[in-house]
Design a protein around this ligand. Sequence first.
Ligand SMILES: NC(=O)c1ccc[n+]([C@@H]2O[C@H](COP(=O)([O-])OP(=O)(O)OC[C@H]3O[C@@H](n4cnc5c(N)ncnc54)[C@H](O)[C@@H]3O)[C@@H](O)[C@H]2O)c1
Length: 380
Amino acid sequence: MSSRIEWVRESCGLLRSIAEQYDVTRPFAGLTIGTGIHLEPKTVALLLTLRRGGARVVSTGNLNSTQQDAVDYLREHGVDVVGGPTADEREHDRHLRTVLEARPDMLLDNGGDLFVRYLEQPYPGLLGGTEETTSGRARLRPLREQLGVPILVINDSPIKQFAENKHAVGQSVFESFMRITNRATNGRRVTVFGYGACGKGVAANFRNAGSLVSVIETDPVLRLEANFDGFAVPDREVALAMADVVVTVTGARDVVTAQDLHLLHDDVVLLNGGHFPAEIAVGGICADERVKSVTDITDGITTIRLHDGRRIHLLTDGHMVNLAGPRPLGNSIESMDIGFALQARCLEAVAGGRVGAESVVVPVPRFIDEAVSEAYLAMA
Ligand SMILES: NC(=O)c1ccc[n+]([C@@H]2O[C@H](COP(=O)([O-])OP(=O)(O)OC[C@H]3O[C@@H](n4cnc5c(N)ncnc54)[C@H](O)[C@@H]3O)[C@@H](O)[C@H]2O)c1
């Protein structure tokens, strides 16, 4: 794994050039940054960049995604890592609170976990920080008045939307389907649920690979956009009945449930690229009386056999297919390099007072989007 971490660090051109600049500018000298984000090779590259800027970094991971090798590597390189891999919510809560006991000057949050706990026991001097996700933005926005410090939401940068959610998720969901099933996509009928940024990328990547793609989207405006982009937008029932492959990328629950079993044809493959495993109601489907057996066929593939002989194959138990299953790599290094360059530049702007207290839970400022775009294009 260390060699994988080295490979990722080597491939993060933006973060490497920011780190070189930080050796001189030291924007975080004397500051502590508390982080609560997945601890895996790409975040290692980010956290070590912040160290190069002079920060003391106190980190813990997210629930169920921490990689021990990343923890070991970070500790070897001077990051204070609290805890290790855990799926226990109470233990995770303790880790987050331990990060806050260091009274960080800035927080790099993922899902609002740190900022929400900070509000339970605020301490003087918090300068602000960043929030990575949409779900964190939704959680923190009602707390803006109490928070009262600049918090920049990385997911709301247009660059993150197209570079990661659209292009990288599209590619990696497609790549994961190929890697796990080893099946051809040419001529396959693929139904994509959701035509947000991620769904657009998924639909485009399967189409590029010769599939006949249909889009199911609850928002009629986006349905129209899918139609103008050249995808079929049939009724939900028709799309499910035709599908050889069904992909959910909506962020919603119960998008495909046991009530759809009668529509699915033999040998259909179901996979989810959305954040929550509840998009495909796996529990309800497996418990349905029409199900004869549920068998883990091979790493990442579960086959659900119905009494009438049909087989439904579920990938990675409905968890995000590009981050679960055999050898999950997640989104491309370049897309994460861009997102994490936004993180570093946003934290730098907060540390340097370039964004004021009015910027509580707001998108990445335009000047940072422009600087990161120019830096990436200059490297290309
Ligand atoms: N796998 C990854 O690496 C990765 C990366 C980024 C985001 N995500 C996740 O992917 C999901 C989608 O992200 P996004 O940025 O595209 O969000 P988005 O909000 O832009 O798009 C989701 C779309 O799904 C539609 N939708 C909701 N319920 C639906 C339903 N029942 N049937 C059909 N359409 C429905 C919505 O109208 C919306 O247009 C989120 O859960 C997000 O957290 C995954």
